[in-house]
Design a protein around this ligand. Sequence first.
Ligand SMILES: [Zn+2]
Length: 298
Amino acid sequence: MKKTIGLRIDVDTFRGTARGVGTLCEILEKYNVKGTFYFSVGPDNMGRHLWRLLKPAFLWKMLRTNAAGLYGPEIVLMGTAWPGPRIGKHHADVIRRTAAAGHECGFHAWDHHYAQARLMTMSREAMRKEISRGVDALTEICGAAPRTSAAPGWRANELLLKVKQEFPFTYNSDCRRGQPFYPVVDGEKLSQLQIPVTLPTYDEVLGRDGVGDDNYNDYQLSLLNEDELNVLTIHAEAEGGRCAPMFDAYLKAVLDRGYRVVPLGSIAEETAGTAPSGKMILAEFPGREGVLAVQETK
Ligand SMILES: [Zn+2]
């Protein structure tokens, strides 16, 4: 797949939905680009992340990326003293407008924080319930079931892939590294295509190896592979907020270089049936805490 970038936009929080999604839709409209938005529709409990400040690795990451600056001061209180507000209930119109603008709308999470922290240790039944709640809410908002999903924080295991098979997704984006593949679990080739994210996110690289806001776009551009599919994840909270001008410049730069930027659904259509089989494993990943799902390389 020559000179192609699959664009994926993760929406994790109440604030990101309220403020970031609209900003990103404006930027994408300016360049006539469509992307795949992954929405979180249940309660915003991201404030609970603050407890993780007790972990040194997370504290370091917060300092590196100025998370309070990215996510806003509400993140400090959200979900700590009272149940977080339900994003889909308050901002259904934002999700509908995104779909009406021609973007693909996929399922990210019911409760992003809970799923990111616990999904991988859940039983099959608990996983099913967590996904069902979110998919039902998103289906009600959009009037149609989402055909794609993306595990929060790429925290996905093989059981989760099997559970997802029970939902009407045609493809998912749950892991990092590699090219589109059909996961094989317990010797069985699953029918839902997997589209891995190939490029790092803003929070993963900022403050590492001398990368700052002034050279972030140059760094991202240097990672593009002309001959293979590139998949980029941006966040409504970052690129739809403080980093919006930088993302605008990035989009202009890649289009000027002759890249096409497409939603993941387009890639799924182009590779359906022809993508090879592969295996998803858990591994440590630069810029992230703990393990996450990656495509196994041979
Ligand atoms: Zn997320």
